[in-house]
Ligand binder design. Structure first.
Ligand SMILES: Cc1ncc(COP(=O)(O)O)c(C=O)c1O
Length: 428
């Protein structure tokens, strides 16, 4: 009897290692925004944000190959690759955010950002949003509100709700009222921490609110949040692991959509297009303070191969005009999808920005009760039509569409037709 790959996986990685879909997809190759499974079937990848410039991009493969064939070494020797990359990456930030510590994952970056904040402020207290995820270290597990973790929320952690103007309870309310209520709950959380033995070290916030389900937040919420944290002596850490590198279109970083001036920015996922590359960007003052107190060393981070890959990702984004592509295709999809959503009794309006968007599915035409199980069926039905996507939000009721930025004009009808067919099936 042959043992299936799934059985072998369970026997080695265990049964709890998450897999997408009722029938997992066994992928063997990728090119651009297309993936091929073991039977030769092709899928449009409308989910993955790590292969930012496209799967198996020849220029990224060549950058990796040629540096690996030359030298790979850690950062305790002089090598120009890492400095070239640091310069190119930091050129994408506002003046003041001009130091970088490279890491291997978004979790490591957020963990390090929190060390910088707690050492700078002398406080431990951290604010996060309800239903968020920032990584898998022990420290971050104690502040995870959006994924199952056995660790309870740390005593030094307070979470607050992210307001959503499209939530059933807010639809008929004035934006200014929703904003005032949301900031009052931030005030409570900040006030509680400030009055406690922990004090306020930082808010760790992902400005697109991906895990939260891409809520439409009132103007002024994110900047109001930052003002309150700064006033309490804390730092603002913008987690750009998902929202960064042009994902939201016109602005290169997600926090720029909100006019935010973060003290620390954390990066990950798309930075290396699949190669493990992440980092923390901050000010010279904060780096000087942290660096003078800690001998921070990271064996793999900043190695010349990773740096060559990261640098090539930045060049490809520019030379293939992928940010403009994100704006154009994001708008086109929005234009074509919005009327269909408005006309459908069980679907909410389009959420998100650039090439990260979705819509909520409800149980019936009153659009009051989110319907996670129906959203799951929709994800499966879209997959059956050859397009891979997923779902997010507190009840998993928001469809999550987040293709590589290498999506092309010709791919848009494939995505929209699969969605239309799956939605028809939902009705049937
Ligand atoms: C917003 C955000 N921050 C941090 C992380 C952690 O990144 P990594 O899985 O590279 O450790 C994730 C991963 O999903 C994320 O979505």
């Amino acid at each position: 009897m042959t043992v299936s790959l799934l059985d072998r996986r369970h026997a080695t990685l265990g049964r709890h290692s998450p897999l997408f879909y009722d029938e997992p997809v066994h992928l063997v190759a990728g090119e651009g925004v297309w993936l091929t499974d073991v039977s030769g079937r092709r899928y449009l990848d409308a989910y993955n944000n790590v292969p930012h410039v496209g799967h198996a991009h020849p220029r990224i493969v060549e950058a990796l190959r040629s540096q690996a064939a030359t030298l790979n070494i850690h950062t305790r020797y002089l090598n120009e690759r890492v400095v070239d990359y640091a310069e190119a990456l930091l050129a994408r930030f506002e003046p003041g955010l001009d130091r970088v510590l490279l890491t291997n994952s978004g979790s490591e970056a957020n963990d390090l950002a929190l060390r910088i904040a707690t050492q700078h402020t002398g406080s431990r207290g951290v604010l996060v949003t309800d239903c968020s995820y920032h990584g898998n270290t022990t420290l971050l597990a104690g502040m995870t509100t959006g994924l199952a973790t056995h660790e309870p929320l740390g005593e030094h952690v307070r979470s607050f709700a992210v307001p959503d103007l499209d939530a059933p309870a807010n639809r008929a309310r004035r934006e200014s009222d929703v904003l005032a209520e949301a900031l009052a709950s931030v005030d409570r959380a900040v006030g509680e921490l400030a009055a406690s033995e922990h004090g306020v070290a930082a808010v760790l916030v992902e400005c697109l609110f991906s895990t939260e389900g891409l809520p439409r937040v009132p103007a002024g919420f994110v900047s109001g949040l930052a003002e309150r944290v700064h006033a309490a002596g804390g730092l603002v850490i913008a987690d750009e692991v998902q929202a960064g590198l042009g994902r939201t279109g016109a602005r290169f970083w997600g926090y720029q959509r909100h006019g935010l001036a973060p003290d620390v920015v954390t990066l990950g996922k798309p930075l290396g297009n699949g190669h493990p590359l992440a980092g923390v960007v901050t000010t010279p003052e904060l780096l000087e303070e942290f660096g003078s107190r800690n001998e921070y060393f990271n064996t793999f981070a900043g190695n010349p191969v990773s740096a060559a890959v990261g640098h090539e990702v930045l060049r490809v984004i520019d030379e293939e005009d992928l940010v403009a592509n994100t704006v154009a295709l994001g708008l086109r999809i929005r234009d074509e999808l919005a009327p269909a959503l408005a006309a459908h009794p069980r679907l909410g309006p389009l959420r998100g920005e650039g090439l990260f968007f979705g819509f909520e599915v409800f149980t019936d035409g009153s659009r009051e009760q989110p319907d996670g199980p129906a959203t799951k069926r929709l994800v499966e039905a879209v997959k059956a039509r050859g397009v891979l996507l997923s779902r997010i939000g507190p009840t998993g009721s928001v469809l999550k569409i987040r293709p590589p930025l290498a999506l092309r004009e010709d791919d848009v009808p494939v995505l929209l037709e699969a969605l239309a067919g799956a939605v028809d099936e939902l009705d049937g």
